[in-house]
Design a protein around this ligand. Sequence first.
Ligand code: GTR
Length: 327
Amino acid sequence: MYIKFTGSFVGAVAAVALLCGAANAADWRGWNIHADGYPNTTAMDKFAELLEEKTGGEISLQMFHGGTLGSQPDAIEQVRLGGLEIGNFNLGPIGPIAAEANVVSLPFIFKDVPHMFRVLEGEGGQVIAEGMAAKGLVPLAWYDAGARSFYNGAKPINTPEDVTGMKVRVMNNDLYSGMIAELGGNPSPMAFAEVYQALKTGVVDGAENNWPSYESTGHFEVAGFYSLSQHLIIPECICINADVYNGLSDEMKAAVTEAAVESADLQRELWAAREATSRKMVEEGGVVVNEIADKGPFQAAMTPVYETYLAGNPDLRPLVDLIQVTE
Ligand code: GTR
């Protein structure tokens, strides 16, 4: 068989793999919380396809969607320990493990999604990625998860006082519990899969999430007031077990990263479209969308959350400052 090695690096890898057969093939397993048709699900499937293609079949990835392999905090541990190789994770539940990554969970830290990506693509992203890698999770690429806002069944939220006494589901992260407590509410950390029932049965009064998750989970059916607080803009990653990643040749590392970055490009495109369709869908379903005229009081109430974070991580003040001065 004659194979011409003049193509791209990826072509060369594929050719070498062909010559060697699939003897060294690695079978990876990946975790994702979302349902079929969700941007992340489609993009992770694309990642699996690209991974196989770009490594010439040396690496294959079987994706497990819909959180079938467990809750997000458990899956993060699994990837850190090597029980799973890959996950599409929100940085929220990674924050308690890697303090650098927790910076993105400070309410109102990012002005908007483009600001978040500018930070991630610069020195701030480097610091966050190194902090995560030191804890066993290497981020290969960043996904978009939009902005999170409050929703509940009883009334629109316009001021922090409207949250007073309200039981609000949050992801597992003390910063989020602190955020709700500073607004006068009662935080209720809970797995994503349990939120629908909790809202329906009144175990919680409200929750917070982006448009696509609010819609795809059916939360809008049981909590019909969506108030645009946009208090959190949290990135997501395609994250890989650090030992698995570090054990790859430079060529394989490049192929794996290239597949992740192309998957992220697709995810961000699909995300933009889905945000609009999800919003339209829930509005047609009767959801009352509430613009908050002045988000200032919500932001002002977050000062103690920043102080707690910085008191526990004084060395991360430059990272917070860097994000705040990034245009
Ligand atoms: C979604 C996110 C999930 C999960 C979920 C939650 O927006 O994509 O990874 O973090 O929110 O609220 O638990």
